[in-house]
Design a protein around this ligand. Structure first.
Ligand SMILES: [Zn+2]
Length: 312
């Protein structure tokens, strides 16, 4: 009995400690506001190809010639974008949404490595408190398993189980299975370089593909893309679609874990943040994107007349 009380109290202490730590640590936020990428030149060049294609004059495009990108920064070789090739912008923070961030209405900030909002602990889980959350969930799981085993063994010795204990064993057993599933997901996301929100988004697309035979090419149906520098033409950029199996930020288990512990407060300027965003892409993902470009599976940024992939 003394051993049970000691172990149970240690587990309770660890659980409460890590709950406290993940609340005071908070999910983190990006200290630097990143201005929009300077893209009008590439839009113009893509549109020019389109007009050349239609044998129209360029005069109607002269307004684009005068378009300035004042106060903007040069785009990196690749960035996440929408179907038009544009990056996500947070109007609340007046910043590009980089470092896998989403805007949290709870903290009113963009949270880097946004994982999810956990109603159970009352906190958003992001870059800075993800590690604490994993240990917190693990300690709850151990506490439930330990209590469950103790009650079952104790009842076995007594050769009887009170009806209240039967209900307790059933509920604790069911809860411990769902908490174990959560813990497995958290650790596998850590290993495979995905956040909960990224994995759920990918899986929801995967399910929608099964229902729709037309989208049999495994692509995201033009919903997720990257905007990439053309490999040979420095003045052109390409919009390349992702597939439902792409994990853009998967850099292998060890680097994925190291990424979570990287101190993003070292990123002092918008260029630092933008460069780091590009460094986060996995080598395999970069190779896959280049392969898709070689296979003409892209659209030219600014070339608005065509949704189908075109080559120049
Ligand atoms: Zn924001």
């Amino acid at each position: 009995m003394i051993a049970f009380i000691t172990v149970a109290n240690i587990l309770w202490f660890i659980t409460l400690l890590f709950w406290f730590l993940l609340l005071i640590r908070k999910p983190g936020h990006i200290l630097v506001k990143v201005p929009p990428y300077s893209l009008s030149r590439f839009v113009y060049n893509g549109s020019k190809l389109n007009f050349e294609h239609k044998n129209e004059t360029f005069s109607s495009l002269s307004m684009l010639d005068t378009q300035e990108d004042g106060g903007m920064i040069q785009p990196p070789p690749m960035f996440d974008c929408d179907r038009n090739g544009l990056p996500s912008w947070c109007s609340e923070c007046c910043s590009l949404k980089l470092l896998r961030s989403h805007h949290s209405s709870v903290t009113n900030q963009c949270i880097p490595w946004f994982d999810h909002f956990c109603t159970f602990v009352g906190s958003t889980i992001g870059k800075q408190n993800y590690g604490y959350f994993i240990i917190y969930v693990m300690s709850i799981e151990l506490l439930m398993i330990f209590t469950w085993i103790t009650v079952v063994v104790y009842s076995g010795i007594k050769h009887s189980m009170h009806s209240a204990l039967i209900v307790f064993v059933i509920i604790t057993g069911a809860l411990s299975i769902s908490v174990a599933q959560l813990e497995i997901n958290l650790i596998s996301d850590l290993f495979y370089g995905e956040t909960t929100i990224e994995r759920l988004d990918r899986l929801s697309w995967k399910r929608s593909f099964k229902k729709d035979d037309k989208n049999n090419e495994n692509f995201y149906d033009y919903s997720s893309y990257v905007n990439v520098q053309h490999p040979h033409e420095p003045n052109l950029r390409l919009i390349v679609p992702l597939t439902i199996n792409d994990k853009p930020y998967d850099n292998g288990v060890f680097k994925n874990i190291r990424m979570w512990f990287y101190n993003i407060n070292q990123l002092k300027t918008p260029i630092d943040v933008s460069n780091f965003q590009y460094d986060m892409y996995g080598d395999k993902f970069k190779r896959d994107i280049q392969k898709r470009i070689e296979e003409n599976n892209y659209r030219i940024f600014g070339y608005e007349s065509s949704i189908e992939p075109v080559s120049i």
